[in-house]
Design a binder for this molecule. Sequence first.
Ligand code: APR
Ligand code: ZN
Length: 237
Amino acid sequence: MSKIKNIVVLTGAGISAESGIRTFRDTGGLWEDHSIEEVATPEGYAANPELVLGFYNARRAQLSSVEPNPAHTALSRLEKGLIGQGGYLTIVTQNVDDLHERGGAENVIHMHGELLSQWCRSCNHKFKSSESFTLQSQCPKCSAGGKVRPDIVWFGEMPYYMDTIEMSVTNCDLFVSIGTSGAVYPAAGYVQMARGLGKQTLEINLERSEGSHFFHETRLGKAGELVPAWVDEVLNG
Ligand code: APR
Ligand code: ZN
């Protein structure tokens, strides 16, 4: 690969798997226990808000017992290294955990929302909280009860920051996808956008993703091992 200055990394649940957070579609994944319709759609929330709040409460509570793994910290090292070389890293994550930030990364775009962010559907206020929410919980701004939902992008809803992400892909030299099955759009389509713009592309995943054939190169294995090695290559090469 020629000298790389600007990189976009797209991450998915696989990068947090070695930290102990379950992925969605692997064996033992979250979608084996819960249906997407029930806990990850606006219709599911309308039908049974308590079930949905409980699902995200449990996942939010888990954050305090997990730590970033070597893949997260390597990306933070890459961010600092690229800035030192006059470039930059944009991490676009589908993950709703905070492990990139806790691993030290700063430029992180949460396109599917965040477990630690809540959204009042009465006054539209968004606020950070690591607490559990019930139908009795009040919005800290307008005091409405039962209107606070997780600030998570559900199926059928528009992902966040799409313009910024597309601009980042347009301005990058290399697009890298880490730990995602490539099953969910628009995230799964960014590799095709990158290819169309003539960018280099690399996939790092435990197994071939659905869009694997779109990448110039695929490295198969654990993110916690392959990502630090790849970061060394970029910064030294
Ligand atoms: N290292 C690298 N890759 C891994 C590891 C690991 N240690 N463990 C699992 N993987 C890979 C799996 O092989 C799989 O391809 O990570 C991928 C995880 O895929 P999904 O469970 O589908 O997660 P993701 O791609 O992030 O899902 C996208 O779907 O349900 C929604 O909104 C949710 O953001 C999520 C979106
Ligand atoms: Zn409110």
